[in-house]
Design a protein around this ligand. Structure first.
Ligand SMILES: [Zn+2]
Length: 475
């Protein structure tokens, strides 16, 4: 996912069976396919190679658990590696279910989880798929009882996530137009690997997730929110951040409440949020999960360690199902733009201090972006009052609320990564799955590029003011 996720031969467009070959980039020319052959190997195969490397010792953090000092080479040992690269086009399958909305059928609430796994994938992704199917079961019961959603519910079981978010990305690109109107995308993936509830989301939906956690019972007694609060207290912090760091970047500390993380990448919300600007969330219940992406992520592990009596599966089905039900039935969309502005101010303060370290007395002027974030926060405060008053005909209010997240998209995309449009969130280019917030600005600072930092502050300020103006247009 260096440049864009999905089919490496169809950047920005849907890879459908009838797409003419002339529209595809050949695999040899795709920017997305690595040019250096790479293969994962086991420690048993790796140790004789590592043991016979000379040169200087490796940096401390590269030293692993094998009982000798790691060196970085080159040589003197030589390794001959035979790799078979099986380049072929293969068919993948997304399975889509829909429940048509009554009053706003063109406004979609999308919920998804991938279905493919590296091996057995009991946790990743099947703990998510099981919980998702149980939510769907619940929706079916509700429909039988006569309940109907106002907005259209779309449930997606994505294929080929592990190879680069291919199923969700291609589906998202194929439905870009309809998704321009979507109210939310709810993701699950590694849904249950233990007992600690956690969530990530755009700031406008963080309070929405907390409210849902207050409505769902926890297998530990009380509500999910209460046990979430216990495990997110400072004493629990070091343990928690250590074991979930692969999945959850640290959240912005604007609230004296349970922390909801920021969305980076490594799962299927990427196309929805970062390419199309659909407000998104990701929820999970995590624990010690050393079998991630290995053959040992299997049913025996799940039964013995993950969730022996499947009660956390029930919890996640309820959380996920309630997200879908509340969003598809809300009279007024429950977005909080005041909090969005407030979080961006925190991101900007951090970027400003970092830029002082980087550029010294030539520190760029952040005032336009800070002003933009305050503008968004104020517009958010005003529109929250209108949301709480619940107008009798809320269509226009809802339309402005939906349009606001799209106004955070930068039309030309991020520098060198035009597929990524979101001004506030992107996967980091060098941080793996973790999010980089206000990525244009932060990555320009990291490169020590003063001119680009200034350009990106201006682009961010424009996006923030654009978003605030959209909210202010509602009177
Ligand atoms: Zn997964």
């Amino acid at each position: 996912m260096f440049q864009f996720p999905g089919d490496p031969t169809t950047p920005g467009i849907a890879s459908t069976p009838n797409l003419p070959d002339s529209k595809r980039v050949s695999p040899v020319e795709s920017e997305q396919l690595p040019k250096i052959p790479v293969t994962p190997i086991s420690y048993a195969d790796a140790s004789p190679i590592l043991e016979h490397l000379g040169g200087p010792p490796s940096p401390r953090e590269w030293q692993g658990a094998l009982p000798f000092t790691y060196h970085v080479g080159p040589g003197p040992a030589k390794v001959k590696m035979h790799l078979k690269q099986d380049y072929q086009f293969r068919t993948i399958w997304d399975v889509i279910g829909k429940v048509k909305g009554t009053s706003s059928p063109d406004e979609w609430v999308v919920a998804g989880n991938h279905r493919d796994a590296w091996v057995y994938g009991a946790v990743d992704p099947n703990s998510g798929t099981a919980a998702m199917l149980e939510s769907v079961h619940g929706l079916g019961e509700l429909l039988k009882s006569g309940w109907k959603p106002k907005r259209t519910i779309v449930i997606g079981s994505w294929d080929a996530e592990e190879e680069g978010l291919i199923g969700s990305t291609e589906w998202g690109e194929d439905h870009a137009q309809e998704l321009g109107n979507a109210a939310a995308y709810f993701n699950m993936d590694v849904a249950v690997s233990g007992k600690k509830f956690g969530a990530s989301g755009v700031p406008s939906l963080k309070e929405f997730i907390r409210e849902i956690a207050k409505a769902v019972p926890s297998p530990q007694g009380g509500t999910v929110y209460e046990s979430w609060k216990k495990t997110s207290e400072p004493s629990a912090e070091s343990h928690r951040s250590q074991e979930t760091s692969t999945f959850r970047p640290p959240p912005a500390a604007t609230h004296n409440d349970v922390p909801v993380g920021d969305l980076g990448s490594g799962s299927d919300y990427t196309v929805f949020l970062q390419h199309l600007g659909v407000p998104s969330t990701d929820v999970s219940s995590t624990g010690d999960y050393g079998v991630y992406h290995s053959v040992f992520d299997n049913f025996a592990w799940f039964k013995k360690f993950g969730d022996p009596d499947f009660r956390y599966e029930q919890q996640m089905a309820r959380v996920y199902g309630l997200e879908v039900i509340r969003m598809s039935s809300a009279d007024v969309l429950p977005y909080d733009y005041e909090n969005y502005g407030r979080e961006i101010l925190v991101y900007l303060d951090a970027a400003k201090s970092k830029s002082k370290e980087r550029f010294g007395d030539k520190v760029p002027d952040f005032s336009a972006a800070l002003e933009g974030a305050r503008h968004l926060q104020e517009a958010g405060t005003k529109i929250l009052q209108k949301q709480r008053k619940m107008p009798t005909a809320p269509d226009r209010l809802n339309a402005k609320l939906r349009e606001a997240e799209r106004a955070l998209l930068i039309p030309e995309g991020l520098p060198n990564r035009p597929w990524f449009h979101h001004a506030i969130y992107a996967p980091g280019q060098y941080t793996g799955y973790a999010a980089v917030v206000i990525p244009g600005v932060n990555e320009a600072i990291d490169r020590g590029d003063l001119r680009r930092t200034e350009q990106q502050i201006a682009a961010l300020a424009a996006a923030l003011n654009r978003t605030a103006l959209v909210l202010e247009q509602y009177r």
